[in-house]
Write a protein of this length. Structure first.
Length: 289
């Protein structure tokens, strides 16, 4: 309507819109039928608006301007997001694996690839970020993949029980599942993939974690420090304890007849990840682990 009024010609308006004159005429007739008001007078000299049509076009101009502004804003948002890859990763992955993955990805893409924006949190918070759309790619340590999200396993990790040298388990370097389940441990918070993997494994072995934790801490560093201080034994990712075990700061303790292995999983919303996310996952897949 607005374009017909501006051009005073239905054929000129249809040419600008890239549709047939008949299509424009049908749309205007439908609008007149819906509004029950005649909007356009057609004649050999062209088309002109009726008084009601002028009112409608005037009112509609504000809406059309707002729609254009909305479209421009969405395009701008899409462009800005294309320049950034928002990754939310659980703490173990963020600390021990992501630096190498990001470095390899930057080498393969140079300065043309999106900037990586990293958020480190526990696995449940990472899942929330993907569901809420505040992250493009999530990397979690939980044994179970959340429903409604796409996923792919990118690596595997093991959970290890470790103690300080003065603890009695350091001498035998073994502990039964029953004793472990009945011991107050230094643990990560609820929602941590490390804690969930431990609890699930003990439950499946027939001995759910029964003792109250000796301490609950929200970072891997905090758990390691508490164990080294002699507060209690604890459970951590093998990635997090390998250096301390080699240096003799912590002692690994085997669980009799039980090894806790968990997948490290990439998650995203929608059916197919964007091209830069696919490229990043390819880099992870090519990284020797």
């Amino acid at each position: 309507m607005a374009l017909v009024a501006k051009e005073s010609s239905m054929s000129a308006a249809s040419a600008q819109l890239g549709v047939s004159q008949q299509a424009v005429s049908l749309r205007i007739r439908k609008l007149e039928k819906d509004l029950r008001v005649r909007l356009l007078v057609r004649s050999a000299r062209g088309s002109r608006l009726t008084p009601a049509g002028e009112l409608i076009v005037g009112w509609g101009t504000t809406l059309l301007t707002a729609a254009d502004e909305f479209s421009d804003a969405v395009d701008s948002l899409r462009t800005d997001r294309g320049k950034m890859m928002r990754i939310a990763a659980s703490l173990t992955i963020a600390e021990h694996l992501l630096p190498e993955w990001i470095a390899r990805w930057r080498i393969s893409h140079g300065d043309d690839g999106p900037v990586v924006q990293l958020t480190a949190a526990n696995s449940s918070t990472v899942v929330e970020a993907i569901r809420e759309g505040t992250a493009d790619l999530g990397l979690i340590e939980t044994p179970v993949v959340p429903a409604g999200l796409r996923s792919v396993t990118v690596a595997y990790d093991t959970i290890e029980v470790v103690v300080q040298h003065g603890h009695r388990w350091a001498k035998t370097r073994r502990v039964s599942v029953r004793e472990l389940a009945g011991t107050g441990l230094v643990l990560r918070e609820t929602g941590s993939g490390t804690r969930q993997a431990l609890e699930n494994a003990l439950t499946e072995a027939g001995f759910p974690l029964a003792a109250e934790p000796a301490a609950v801490l929200t970072t891997t560093l905090g758990v390691r420090s508490a164990i080294m201080a002699g507060i209690a034994p604890g459970a951590l990712s093998s990635l997090a304890v390998s250096e301390d075990a080699r240096a003799g700061r912590l002692v690994r303790v085997r669980i009799n007849n039980l090894q806790i292995t968990r997948p490290l999983t990439a998650i995203w919303a929608g059916t197919t990840p964007p091209p830069h996310i696919r490229d990043f996952l390819d880099v992870i897949a090519r990284t020797d682990r």
